[in-house]
Structures are given as structure tokens and as C-alpha cells.
Design a protein around this ligand. Structure first.
Ligand code: SAM
Length: 276
């Protein structure tokens, strides 16, 4: 797939106007609680594969730029090697949570609010750029990725799910709206688009339990999916029934877990790894 193919495929994910017009709340946006819990579970002592690829390219006291930072799960665990983390996000709520997590971890943080790549011209360059779980939100991947590349002195690391993160909801869309959902793009498409741009991209896929976290209350996990499905709150019981065994409590959090599938780390170097 090339950049044009990506744009066309992403267009197929648009929801029909009639469903959006009838939605009681916006189906978009990311619940702060979910990403806060993920950031709190991501620690320097338990780095994900993507965290390790980023750490291995960081000089001691280096700087990290985290695009689509959320609460900081991609960058705050790197704090022992960082002097500064710059977080970019379109959501002020997520940036506020990122500042709290950075403060809690004792690392200096700066924030830039806005859409990448529009805000890239006012965003400083860093040693390592990380961008986890954002690519499938991006309609135009080429300018997005090229702006990541020009902001890294050493390496860019992206973590993505193997499939589109809502592909697992296809049966729910069919059940509640008789709506067919696309199955692409997937991680292979991300890699193709990046290689087509001339980037020397590496990839690593693994099934990992690390993307844990979730909601303290079962009803909040159900409500998140119900909002995504553009349904009224009165449908929560139906949504919980349709989720079935995918609605799980791991001892700490409620989450909706798609069938096990790999998380993919994609990275490219601007300069080789530092041997330290
Ligand atoms: C799924 S969350 C991932 C958060 C975090 N990177 C993590 O892995 O936990 C995606 C985040 O990217 C932000 N986002 C999505 N597209 C963006 C864009 N074009 N520019 C800036 N932020 C974006 C969203 O607001 C959200 O906070």
C-alpha cells in the first residue's frame, strides 16, 4: 500500500451520517482513565519492546518527543535516561494527565497541544521520537510520518496493533447497525507506506499482555464501547451481553479485550544505536 492507498482505505472507516446524527454522544475521543491506567502500569523496570527500542537509541540525559502522548505510556517509562519529554496531543485532557504522570515520575515535561503534523513547525527536535497507538487515527500517514522523521536526531519508534484497533468490533457494528466495517489498514500497510516513503523500517511483532489497564468500574468499560457504537445509554445491557467474554476483569481493571493479536513495533534510525 502507498500513501494514496492509505488515504482511500481510511476513508472507508467514516461512519454513515445517519448513524452519527443519531448518536447521543460523540463516538470519538479516548477515555483519560484508560490511558492513565496504561501509563501507570508502564514502568522503567518493565519496558515493552517498543520502549526498549526507544531506550536503546537514547543517549544518557537525552530528550524524547512523544506524538499522541496520551498519558505518556510510550515515553514516561524512559525517564531514567531522559532530561526532557515533550508530549504532543490534540487533547488538553490527555496532556494534563501526561503532565501529572511526568511529575509523578520526576521527569521534566513540556507539552504542545494540537494536531500532528500541523503543530510540528512549533515543536522542538528530540533525540528519539515515539508515537504509540496513533497511526490508525491518521487520515494522511505520509506527512505525519515524515514530520516524525525530521524531528528525530537518532530514531523514530511507533507501536501499533496488528490490526486496526476497532477491527475486533465488526460483529458489534453488524449486530447493532447492520453496518459492515473494513478490515484494513493493518500493520503491514503501515510498514508498506513508510517503506514507500524511503524510510528503512524495521518491524517486530509479539503477543504481549503489556497493554493492560482499563476501568475501575465495569459500567465505564461498557459505556465506552456503547458510545463508540453511537448508542443510547439504555443499550448498556445489550452491549454488555454482545461483548460476552470479551468484557474481562483482570483483578484490577475492567477492559474489553479483543481476541489475542500481536502488537507491532516499527522503527527506523536516523543515526545508529549508541553502544553504552
Ligand atoms: C490511542 S491513544 C495512545 C496514547 C499513548 N500514545 C499510549 O500509547 O498510551 C492516541 C492519542 O493520540 C492523540 N492523537 C491522535 N491523533 C493525533 C494527531 N494527529 N495529533 C496529535 N495527537 C493525536 C489522541 O488524542 C490520543 O491521546
Amino acid at each position: 500500500m502507498d500513501a494514496l492507498g492509505w488515504r482511500n482505505t481510511m476513508r472507508e472507516w467514516a461512519l454513515p451520517d445517519a448513524i452519527l446524527a443519531a448518536a447521543p454522544e460523540s463516538p470519538w475521543g479516548f477515555p483519560a482513565e484508560l490511558f492513565r491506567s496504561r501509563a501507570e502500569l508502564a514502568t522503567p523496570g518493565d519496558l515493552s519492546y517498543a520502549n526498549r527500542r526507544a531506550r536503546d537509541a537514547l543517549p544518557a540525559g537525552g530528550t524524547v518527543l512523544d506524538v499522541g502522548v496520551g498519558a505518556g505510556a510510550a515515553s514516561v517509562p524512559l525517564r531514567p535516561r531522559c532530561s526532557l519529554i515533550i508530549g504532543v496531543d490534540s487533547s488538553p485532557e490527555q496532556l494534563a494527565e501526561f503532565r501529572r504522570q511526568a511529575h509523578r515520575g520526576g521527569v521534566t515535561a513540556e507539552t504542545v497541544q494540537g494536531e500532528w503534523p500541523a503543530v510540528s513547525t512549533s515543536t522542538p527536535v528530540a533525540d528519539v521520537v515515539v508515537c504509540n497507538h496513533v497511526a490508525y487515527n491518521v487520515a494522511d500517514l505520509a506527512p505525519f510520518a515524515l514530520a516524525l522523521a525530521t524531528h528525530a536526531r537518532r530514531r523514530v519508534v511507533m507501536e501499533i496493533t496488528g490490526r486496526h484497533p476497532t477491527a475486533w468490533m465488526a460483529d458489534l457494528w453488524w449486530r447493532f447497525h447492520a453496518l459492515h466495517r473494513p478490515s484494513h489498514p493493518d500493520a503491514g500497510d503501515v510498514v508498506s507506506v513508510l517503506r514507500d516513503l524511503g524510510l528503512t523500517v524495521h518491524r517486530h511483532a509479539e503477543v504481549s499482555p503489556r497493554r493492560a489497564g482499563g476501568f475501575e468500574r465495569r459500567e465505564d468499560a461498557v459505556a465506552w464501547i456503547r458510545r463508540r457504537l453511537c448508542l443510547e445509554a439504555t443499550r448498556d445491557t445489550d452491549v454488555a451481553a454482545a461483548l460476552g467474554e470479551r468484557l474481562v476483569h483482570d483483578g484490577a481493571f475492567w477492559s474489553v479485550r479483543p481476541p489475542i493479536e500481536p502488537v507491532v513495533t516499527v522503527w527506523w534510525d536516523v543515526q545508529p544505536e549508541i553502544a553504552e
